[in-house]
Design a binder for this molecule. Structure first.
Ligand code: DP6
Length: 343
């Protein structure tokens, strides 16, 4: 193929495959100051989960002026109806590029979608990263597009202990990584999948309801900077008990403001509560595990490698109907990296 033909083709179509991991927040994002610009009411801080990922192929096709755009997204073989969020991301990319492109996204995840495992975080981080790399654009664009898709996704575009600083305006909201994942190699995450159903109240709806109706939310927001700093300091010092207590208190508090919303929102079920009680009994002599729950009943347990086996045995024997067996609803992971190009 002649050089000029190759160049033209290259300009007309770009294809890239990337991998991104979901993240789990130690201090959670709950409530937005702006849904249009995706500005949160409080800072949040998270780590990515190595074992789970979204693998995403983006094909971008150059189209002529006047030709309508035709974006498609399929996740695990199902074509999605494109929500405002996808349109916001794709339109923002087109604005940035100044010329017309259509985007085709094909994504597959190796974990249950919409079961409280922040699948949208991995999915939108992958899409944003693929768009940024396909067009060789800077990290600020990648994190903004991830955020436009789903707030928590902006934390999956970096690796390590990542803080999403809320900022007051679109241009100020941004993410920073305080430590690489390798800072705490013994830290593990155990994911306990309580049920694989679509959740009844989405995070978007839940946050909107809480921000509109919960008086307790203001109290939660006041404590935010102190808690974030507490996580950064305890992670820096490998101080597991201090970090664990902050994680559990923050999760409990997020679910408390959900219950304080009107009508109340309940994400935890009886299995979630059994796990909470089990962790506190496991911690009766010293704090060795911490639970946290997103907008769903699944638990994520922070624990040091040396205690993983004992904890897994306790879980399997407590839920004696075989609800949680290693690799069946119970997954042990190390901390993950940020997104990367899949060769
Ligand atoms: C409970 O990022 O899914 O997982 O920005 O509306 O897409 P949208 O919400 P999303 O909310 C995540 C909320 C959370 C806590 C967290 O991950 O910080």
């Amino acid at each position: 193929m002649g050089e000029s033909k190759r160049q033209k083709l290259d300009e007309e179509e770009r294809k890239i495959t990337v991998i991104a991991h979901p993240n789990i927040a130690l201090i959670k994002y709950w409530g937005k100051a702006s849904e249009t610009e995706m500005i949160p009411l409080n800072d949040s801080i998270s780590l990515t989960i190595d074992l789970f990922n979204a693998k995403t192929t983006l094909t971008a096709k150059r189209i002529d002026d006047g030709e309508g755009v035709d974006d498609t997204v399929s996740v695990n073989g199902t074509n999605l109806a494109l929500s405002t969020r996808f349109n916001r991301v794709f339109n923002s990319v087109r604005d940035r590029l100044g010329v017309q492109w259509s985007f085709t996204v094909t994504s597959s995840t190796n974990f249950p979608v919409a079961a409280g495992l922040a699948s949208s975080a991995a999915g939108f981080a992958a899409i944003a990263f693929a768009l940024g790399k396909a067009f060789d654009l800077p990290d600020e664009d990648i994190e903004r597009w991830a955020r436009y898709g789903s707030g928590s996704a902006s934390r999956s575009v970096l690796s390590g202990l990542v803080q999403w600083k809320k900022g007051d305006r679109n241009t100020e909201s941004h993410v920073v990584s305080h430590f690489p994942s390798s800072h705490w190699p013994d830290l593990r995450l155990i994911i306990l999948v309580a049920k694989e159903e679509e959740k009844a109240v989405s995070s978007k709806e839940g946050m909107e309801r809480t921000a509109r109706t919960s008086a307790l939310l203001q109290d939660r927001i006041r404590r935010n900077s102190e808690r974030i700093q507490g996580i950064i300091n305890s992670f820096a010092a490998h101080d597991f008990p201090t970090m664990a207590e902050l994680i559990m208190r923050d999760s409990n508090e997020m679910h408390a403001v959900c219950l304080d919303s009107y009508p109340p929102i309940q994400y935890l079920n009886s299995t979630s509560w059994s796990i909470i009680n089990l962790v506190h009994s496991f911690n009766s002599e010293s704090v060795r595990a911490a639970y946290t729950f997103d907008a769903g009943p699944n638990a994520c347990i922070f624990i040091l490698n040396e205690h993983v086996e004992e904890f897994q045995t306790l879980v399997s024997s407590t839920f004696s109907n075989g609800e949680f067996v290693d690799k069946k609803n119970m997954f042990v992971s190390t901390l993950g990296q940020g997104p990367r190009i899949h060769k």
